[in-house]
Design a protein around this ligand. Structure first.
Ligand code: IMP
Length: 430
């Protein structure tokens, strides 16, 4: 049986929640490997709605092991709040069902302060971050200043490292004319929650290695999407981690050969939250209609998402760079009732035709889509459970997407309901 990684192929919010839940019900171990509580996955199981940000989706299903790898940045207070909330909904969370990497870095209050300060200093060109301190926490990790889970049970090391980190950040805050963050306050706050956090600490690479040896199915659960990847996305309007599948191995602590299949969750149109280039954006009636019908509001921040046509150029690039083998096409039903549908098949940038999204910010901003127009369909994709229930024009649209992006549709999701999923190929079969 295969181990599967799931990553977003656009700007996040592709509908990973439902698919990851569908897949996690068939997996034994579910691992988060990047990002933090900037993510938001909504799961609907037997009519109950679970909103997850940091916890792997497997947590809501009994008998699964959920793992938070070292590639994730962890806000201990947000994590405990999420655990409390999910426990109140009747979900069992214990050190047997949740393991957190001892080498995972923490998000501290100072990171949230810095996230806001940096956004303010960007003036009228902000990134539009989620304000959760994600970027500054990753900066500290790479700068080798981070406090990690394993530091929590060593008082002397914790205080020394915290002082060093705060010396650095408070100098910056002073320079910006902002209030400094108190070291002792952070230290006390950490001491208050550390025993609860440490209860979940584990040697994740060993847990995964054992799972692999025991022939367990492992699901690697990505957050955000390839166009927000810090290397390959629309930099600097990106998040601070990698989404490409190599990160699943690094951020979990396992070799890349363990991942047999990589699914790219792909929405049948495009959305983006926050600032940054979005060539196929429809800031008009069409975008409004897609947004209303697709309920395009952020799970984490509640922000209205920008909406637009399917961008086959960006998705093709995401597939190549991200290592995606098959796509899971979601929200096709949102396009039910449209008279015509456009697909971006290239860009015109300053009079030149491009078949890829170039890296330079000014070129990305100048990209005008070259569209192919297809007719919409009569009848409904909504709720279809077999290929035979899908209108012919909708099938044409799906086939054209496959051709343009160069990957087959492995699963097709036709409504938010778990069972409204058409399986073309079992992702867990090698
Ligand atoms: P940050 O991750 O909070 O630093 O935000 C950086 C960019 O990534 C912003 O444009 C956010 O809107 C975007 N972003 C972060 N997490 C998500 C997500 O889960 N879905 C969609 N966009 C996200």
């Amino acid at each position: 049986m295969a181990n599967v990684a799931v990553i977003g192929s656009q700007w996040g919010d592709e509908g990973k929640g439902k698919i990851v839940d569908w897949l996690s019900s068939r997996a034994d171990v579910v691992v988060r490997f990047q990002g933090g509580h900037n993510a938001g996955h909504t799961l609907v199981i037997d009519g109950k709605v679970y909103k997850l940000h940091l916890l792997p989706s497997g947590i809501v299903r009994p008998g699964k092991v959920s793992i938070i790898g070292s590639g994730v940045v962890i806000d201990p207070w947000a994590l405990l709040e999420e655990i409390t909330r999910i426990k109140e909904q009747g979900v069992e969370v214990s050190p047997e069902t949740l393991v957190i990497a001892e080498n995972a870095p923490l998000i501290l209050p100072v990171h949230r302060v810095l996230d806001k300060a940096m956004e303010t200093s960007r003036g009228d060109r902000p990134i539009g971050t989620t304000g959760r301190g994600i970027g500054p926490a990753y900066e500290d990790k790479v700068a080798r200043r981070a406090i990690r889970i394993c530091d929590l049970d060593d008082d002397a090391a914790l205080e020394r490292k915290l002082n060093r980190m705060m010396d650095h950040h408070n100098a910056l805050l002073r320079g910006l004319g902002l209030e400094e963050v108190d070291v002792q306050e952070t230290l006390e706050a950490l001491k208050e929650v550390r025993s609860e956090i440490l209860a979940y600490r584990g040697v994740v690479w060993k847990v995964l290695d054992q799972a692999r040896q025991d022939g367990k199915r492992i699901l690697f659960e990505g957050a955000q999407g390839m166009m927000l990847d810090v290397d390959h996305g629309t930099y600097p309007f990106v998040t601070s981690s990698n989404m490409a599948v190599g990160q699943a191995a690094v951020g979990a602590g396992i070799g890349p050969d363990v991942i047999d299949n990589v699914l790219g969750i792909t929405k049948a149109y495009t959305t983006r939250v926050g600032e940054g280039p979005f060539p196929t954006e429809q800031d008009n009636e069409i975008g409004e209609r897609i947004g209303q019908k697709g309920h395009e509001f952020g799970t984490t921040t509640g922000r209205k998402r920008r909406c637009g046509w399917f961008d086959a150029v960006a998705v093709r690039q995401a597939i190549k760079v991200g290592g995606i083998k098959g796509i899971v096409l979601t929200k096709l039903d949102v396009l039910d009732g449209m008279e015509e549908i456009k697909i971006c098949v290239g860009y015109d940038i300053n009079g030149e035709r491009y078949d890829h999204l170039p890296a330079a910010q000014n070129l990305q901003q100048a990209a005008t889509p070259v569209y192919e127009t297809m007719s919409g369909w009569q009848g409904e994709v909504h709720g279809a459970r077999s290929w035979a229930d899908i209108p012919a024009e909708a099938i044409k649209y799906v086939r054209r997407i496959e051709e343009l992006v160069g990957a087959p549709v492995t699963l097709l999701s036709t409504s938010p309901e778990r069972d409204d999923t058409i399986v073309m190929e079992d992702p867990f079969v090698k």
